[in-house]
Every structure is written in structure tokens, then in C-alpha cells.
Design a protein around this ligand. Structure first.
Ligand code: AP5
Ligand code: MG
Length: 217
């Protein structure tokens, strides 16, 4: 089936975790703008150099750059039968641009899933997060540790790393930026009848089940 979906929610709520599983199980690409930017940072491209400064400060990268990236990525052939967008849109201009690019292609965005969890849980999750630099999977030293405590289960020679923007002071800033710039998107999609609210607290399986039910899958 075809589904074009946006995952909304604060930093650390589980967008990447849930989005990866949903996309893998249904054969859609997971399009994570945060991952695209971290890749650019790792490769030291001009975009990466500029983005790193903003990401490390917990600030957003400019709308025009992000809209250009997503327009290009969602236009690729693997996104024709649907996609899961994680981390975009993050501002009202990005949401307007997404609708416009879908419209130009004669398509529509089906749903925006909003995941929620209390602030102290978000902070706990981010402080214990460790990611695989190869497959980008997010582990958690408390709730989802890798088998040997250090390496990715699927890449046994690759050490997990902590994201620079998971430093405690950056987490505080990211939560503020989320409340100011991104939280208004819930109302944006609610008014358009496309918002599906899902409780992000609970086991990863429980959250996944709620999301599947909310989407009628
Ligand atoms: P981005 O990478 O999108 O970060 P984010 O929105 O802050 O979200 P996170 O990736 O931190 O959290 P998540 O919801 O994916 O949680 P996860 O699944 O990892 O963006 C990073 C930066 O890039 C931004 O700050 C900005 O600078 C820039 N950027 C990106 N997109 C942009 C845009 N469109 N416009 C402008 N700038 C942009 O889970 C978190 C942890 O919890 C993990 O350890 C996981 O194992 C664990 N966990 C998950 N689910 C559960 C559960 N149910 N129970 C217990 N633990 C759980
Ligand atoms: Mg993520």
C-alpha cells in the first residue's frame, strides 16, 4: 500500500526508532532529515560544515536548505510508493512547502503521527542514547542496550557513539526550539484533519502497536 507519512514529536520521543520499524516492515524509505544532516557533517560537505554549528547549538537549519533537501529526496524513485518522514517538517513554512511539493506532483500527505512523552522521560532517553554510525540505529544504555554494551549488534566491529547534540545543555535548547517552532504543527495538522496522536510512553512494541492502530494498518 501507499502511505505518505510525517512523524512529529519532541527530541528523544522515538521518531527514529518507530519510523525505522514502520518503514522497514512496509518497504517505504525512512527519510530522516537529522540523519541526512549528520551524514553531511561526517563528510564535511559545505552543508555539513554550516549545519554542524547550528545542530551543536540545538538550533534549526534554515528552511530553504531543508525544503530543498526534502524536495529532492522525496522525488527519488524509491519514495514513489510512500515514505516516512522523520524530522521534517519542523516549522510552518516547511509544512506549507511539503504540501506544495506534494500538490505539484499530484500527491497528498496522508497523515501526521504525533508521538508524545513527558519531558523528564525525553531527557532520560537522550542522555542514554547511543547510535551506530553505520546503520544509524539508536540504542539506549538503559532501555535498549547493545548485546555487548559497546558495539552495534548488526556491526560487531563498529562502536556506538553519542550524538554531540545529546549534551545536556544542547538537549535543553532543542526542547525549547521544539516548543517554539515545531509544536504548533500539531494544530496545523489537526485543523486539516490529518493528525493522529500516539502515546510515546511504554515499551517500544506497545508504542509501535498504538501507531499501527492509529494509522489503521
Ligand atoms: P533530529 O535528528 O531529527 O533530532 P530530534 O528531532 O531532536 O529527534 P531525535 O533524533 O533526538 O529523537 P527521536 O525522536 O528520533 O528519538 P529516538 O528514536 O532516537 O534533528 C537533529 C538536528 O538536526 C536538529 O536539532 C536540527 O538542528 C537539525 N534538523 C533536522 N531536521 C531539521 C529540519 N527539518 N529543519 C531544520 N533543522 C533540522 O529515541 C531516543 C532514545 O530513546 C533512543 O536511545 C531510543 O533507543 C530510546 N527509545 C525509543 N523509544 C523508546 C521507548 N518506547 N522506551 C524507552 N526508550 C525508547
Ligand atoms: Mg531521530
Amino acid at each position: 500500500m501507499t502511505l505518505r507519512l510525517v512523524l512529529l514529536g519532541p527530541p528523544g520521543v522515538g521518531k527514529g526508532t518507530q519510523g525505522r520499524r514502520l518503514a522497514t516492515e512496509h518497504g517505504w524509505p525512512l527519510i530522516s532529515t537529522g540523519e541526512m544532516l549528520r551524514e553531511a557533517v561526517a563528510r564535511r560537505t559545505p552543508l555539513g560544515v554550516e549545519a554542524q554549528r547550528l545542530m551543536d547549538a540545538g538550533q534549526l537549519v534554515g528552511d530553504d536548505v531543508m525544503i530543498g533537501l526534502v524536495k529532492e529526496r522525496t522525488g527519488q524513485s524509491d519514495a514513489e510508493a510512500g515514505f516516512v518522514l522523520d524530522g521534517f517538517p519542523r516549522t510552518v513554512p516547511q509544512a506549507d512547502a511539503l504540501d506544495a511539493m506534494m500538490g505539484e506532483r499530484g500527491r497528498t500527505l496522508d497523515s501526521a503521527v504525533s508521538l508524545t512523552a513527558p519531558r523528564d522521560e525525553l531527557v532520560r532517553r537522550m542522555s542514554a542514547r547511543r547510535e551506530c554510525p553505520v546503520c544509524k540505529r539508536a540504542y539506549n544504555l538503559v532501555s535498549w542496550p547493545p548485546k555487548d554494551g559497546v558495539h552495534c549488534d548488526d556491526h560487531p566491529t563498529v562502536e556506538l557513539y553519542q550524538r554531540a547534540d545529546d549534551a545536556p545543555e544542547t538537549v535543553v535548547r532543542r526542547l525549547e526550539v521544539y516548543a517554539r517552532d515545531t509544536a504548533p504543527l500539531m494544530e496545523y495538522y489537526r485543523r486539516r484533519g490529518r493528525l493522529r496522536e500516539v502515546e510515546g510512553l511504554g515499551t517500544m512494541d506497545a508504542v509501535y502497536g498504538s501507531m499501527i492502530r492509529a494509522l489503521g494498518l
